[in-house]
Write a protein that binds this ligand. Structure first.
Ligand SMILES: [Zn+2]
Length: 425
């Protein structure tokens, strides 16, 4: 009898979208699983940040990937970097000495059955699960095995983003990874419904279609896991999302506002570096400008487009680490009012920089709005009684310790804890 863990991420699926009419398959799965009505994401509520927290069991302040975009200290100055492209982690390793600041699940299960990731989101979010190449990561930009060595061309994952790519990836994941290769940890990360929600208003027909597509991917994996169980495996199946979505009400040029206020020298200056993260922004200071932090935080708190502003030690309450170049975190203003399709939750969003539009009226996330902070989570397997609802909270940082407990491996040094009810599942 083999113990194995399977994680299925349906990117961006809001918890209140998991209901019989929108996601009938997840609704059915819930009857066989333990559902977590109080599951939480991390801040910023962005995919690459969430992926790193799932991989490490740690909050962003500890693993060091505190934004989809962030600043790295390079030659003593903060430099804005996008975590999305394939080369980010090699660059971070070159600059800081490490791809990520704490070990990953992939590292911990290497030599104990190994890990295989199939991902249809950004390369950065895919490789945040295993940036040092301890197992296999399959992504359209790069499919690589242990040591980061690319797999043979015919083995690479060649699917496009969106619903059709998710469907093809899920088929291959089930047939090849789950039934034949049988790693200790298998992760499937679907881009749906996130891609559909970013491109369409939440609640619109195209967004509903993206939710339905994700629902079918979950059904396919759950059914395949049942086959594994019938053959004697003990399967821990985690089906979840990384964050939810808000509807974008307006877009704000945070860096421009700081320049206009005399708090930043110029739009491209590196005294103050603004890293946009959807409905949030992270503000980094050059050491020579460190004393500006309280003034910047005070200015932001007075803006009509600001929500929560955290500066210095207040960053800890958001799971971030003070003391470095990250000085201020901003969640843009949000409310619970409905959009044109009756879906509640609106937010302002930070301008994303040249060539990257943020679509007003469409879905977005990153901040502390109620619905972007509402991922869903259900777990089927030993230690998770079928048809129950967990009375306690849960977070993305609990996934790694939960997987490791199921596999009988140590989970030391993590911020999260195992979610199993029984001490010895
Ligand atoms: Zn996401």
């Amino acid at each position: 009898m083999a113990r194995r863990a399977v994680i299925v991420m349906l990117d961006g699926l809001r918890r209140d979208f998991v209901r019989p009419d929108l996601t009938p398959e997840l609704h059915a799965l819930a009857a066989d699983a333990c559902v977590f009505p109080d599951s939480a994401t991390v801040f910023p509520s962005c995919t690459r940040v969430a992926s790193a927290s799932i991989a490490t069991g740690c909050r962003p302040g500890r693993h060091g990937i505190e934004g989809n975009t962030l600043a790295l200290m390079e030659d003593g100055r903060p430099v804005l970097r996008d975590v999305g492209p394939p080369g980010f982690f090699a660059h971070r390793r070159a600059v800081t000495g490490r791809a990520m600041d704490v070990p990953t699940l992939a590292e911990r299960v290497a030599g104990h059955g190994g890990s295989i990731v199939f991902s249809n989101v950004s390369p950065g979010a895919a490789f945040a699960l295993d940036p040092d190449g301890h197992g296999f990561v399959y992504h359209r930009a790069l499919s690589a095995g242990p040591g980061g060595i690319p797999v043979p061309a015919g083995d690479a994952l060649a699917v496009g983003p969106g619903i059709e790519g998710d469907r093809a990836m899920t088929e291959r994941f089930c047939d090849e990874v789950l039934l034949h290769r049988r790693p200790a940890l298998a992760v499937l990360w679907c881009g749906s419904p996130d891609t559909g929600l970013h491109a369409n208003p939440p609640g619109s027909p195209a967004a509903v279609e993206a939710v339905a597509a994700a629902d079918l991917c979950a059904r396919r994996v759950a059914a395949t896991c049942r086959r594994l169980e019938e053959n004697g495996d003990e399967v821990l199946l985690i089906v979840a999302s990384d964050h939810g979505h808000q509807t974008v009400e307006a877009v704000v040029d945070v860096a421009g506002a700081l320049v206009d206020a005399g708090l930043k020298d110029a739009p491209e200056s590196d005294d103050v570096v603004v890293a946009p993260n959807g409905t949030a922004a992270l503000i980094y200071l050059h050491p020579a400008a460190a004393a500006r932090a309280p003034a910047i935080a005070g200015f932001l708190r007075d803006r009509p487009w600001a929500g929560r502003v955290a500066e210095g030690e207040e960053l800890r309450s958001l799971g971030l680490s003070p003391g470095g170049p990250l000085a201020v975190a901003l969640s843009l203003r949000d409310d619970d009012a409905p959009n044109a399709h009756g879906v509640p939750g609106r937010s302002f969003a930070a301008a994303a920089g040249p060539g990257k539009a943020v679509a007003i009226g469409c879905g977005q996330h990153g901040g502390l709005g109620r619905y972007e902070r509402m991922p869903f989570l259900m777990i089927r397997g030993p230690g998770f009684p079928a048809g129950t609802r967990s009375p306690g909270p849960a977070s993305l940082i609990d996934f790694a310790p939960t997987v490791l407990r199921h596999l009988g491996l140590a989970a030391d040094g993590m911020d999260g804890g195992p979610l199993q009810l029984a001490r010895d599942p």
